[in-house]
Design a protein around this ligand. Structure first.
Ligand code: HEM
Length: 367
């Protein structure tokens, strides 16, 4: 599969490639990973109710079922590859080499839909993800996993877990239990506010014209000892179109993305937003004011799309706390939770049988 999409797009090959890319969605090989899940976000006495990485990972399996070999969340996805070319503007706030003027940094990434079902039908409202790994010199890496929401729905890992269970779709209606949902929302005004804000930023037509936001705050440090809080976003250079109204094809978002690469590379601007002294660093449900200073740090160019075979995103854990010198985590409680749960999810899926090729895709181009 590697780089086959760089070949001239003969029509039958294109159909095959599109189907192939989808057929490998989400599967992993056995790579013998070790569960390195730290547990920084839970403290206090040991009780059976204590939220642990294992319980969080179990929560995904309770809600979405068990799908061996697949990510517990964002299970449906495809891998991409390209490079980031820095504008130099980011060097004023960070000494990370990735921001040096003109530097080209290779990038491996993954587009995904939230939820733990690997062959779930595409829907415009489902949260879209873009995860990236920047490979810097000297073995340094910057990993990030972003979504197309303006803020996150939950302030704490416990809120995430409770919401996931409260919003579990009932088999008969396909909708959450109205009482459980209402009870959760009554306890979580921050989630209600975040959902209202999301309605003001409706999803765009697809992956290529989505803005992907890092949402958590990080500390950027430059070589002169300066430190500023930063949130980052990938803003599309593709024209933005409104999402389709009503249902879409089962794999339509992914098929449209794969087809878009036939027209050439896809590009996003990396925008760094510098937080002010009053801005929350430990609450991803709260937006920062629109007036905050931004820096255009460079352009991400994604030039190829692949299945999740070994060698690209299938075997990567996009742990958002893997950072180069010049970028550091904040006190946001989601970050340490994400790190430990992603590790647990990675350990489970890579320890399970290789399910490569077993996903049934029944899109209109299936043959
Ligand atoms: C406590 C909060 C969160 C929990 C428990 C959680 C859980 C997970 C898990 C278990 C995975 C699968 C990891 C793997 O197997 O590799 C995942 C993937 C992902 N998460 Fe989260 N997540 C949380 C917060 C967030 C936030 C705040 C964002 C965005 C800013 C985000 C974006 C993503 C994306 C894009 C992926 C897919 C990464 C990939 O393609 O490998 N998550 N999440």
């Amino acid at each position: 599969m590697e780089h086959e999409d760089l070949k001239p797009p003969a029509a039958p090959a294109r159909e095959l490639r599109r189907r192939s890319a989808l057929i490998g969605i989400g599967a992993v090989a056995c790579v013998g990973a070790v569960d390195v899940g730290a547990f920084a976000y839970v403290s206090g006495r040991a009780t059976p109710d204590r939220l642990t990485p294992g319980r969080l990972a179990d929560g995904f399996e309770t809600v979405f079922g068990k799908h061996p070999g697949f990510r517990r969340n964002h299970a449906k996805g495809v891998s991409v590859a390209g490079e980031f070319v820095a504008s130099g503007a980011g060097t004023s706030v960070s000494e990370a080499t990735v921001f040096e003027d003109g530097r080209r940094t290779p990038v491996t990434g993954r587009f995904s839909l939230s939820g733990g079902v690997p062959d779930v039908a595409d829907a415009t409202k489902t949260v879209r993800g873009l995860a990236l790994r920047f490979d810097l010199p000297d073995g340094e890496q910057w990993r990030t996993a972003m979504v197309n929401l303006p803020v996150f729905q939950d302030r704490t890992p416990q809120g995430f877990y409770d919401r996931m269970l409260a919003f579990k779709a009932l088999p008969d209606t396909g909708q959450p239990d109205p009482e459980k949902k209402a009870a959760f929302l009554a306890e979580h005004p921050e989630t209600v506010r975040a959902m209202e804000l999301a309605k003001k930023h409706p999803p765009t037509s697809g992956f290529a014209d989505s803005t992907f936001n890092g949402l958590n705050a990080f500390h950027f440090t430059n070589g002169s000892g300066g430190s500023v809080p930063v949130r980052w976003s990938m803003v599309p250079l593709q024209p933005v179109r409104a999402a389709a109204k009503g249902p879409i094809g089962r794999n339509e978002l992914f098929e449209t993305l794969i087809d878009a690469f036939d027209g050439g590379p896809l590009r996003w601007r990396l925008v760094l937003t510098i937080g002010g002294p009053e801005d929350p660093l430990d609450d991803a449900t709260l937006p920062w004011p629109d007036s905050r200073r931004t820096l255009d740090a460079g352009v991400l160019t994604l030039s190829s799309v692949h299945t999740e075979a070994s060698g690209n995103a299938r075997d990567i854990n996009f742990d958002p706390t893997v950072l180069p010198r010049g970028i550091a985590v904040s006190d946001d409680p989601l970050l340490s939770a994400r790190s430990s749960v992603y590790a647990r999810s990675f350990a489970r899926r890579t320890g399970e049988p290789d399910t490569k090729g077993t996903v049934k895709v029944t899109g209109k181009h299936d043959d």
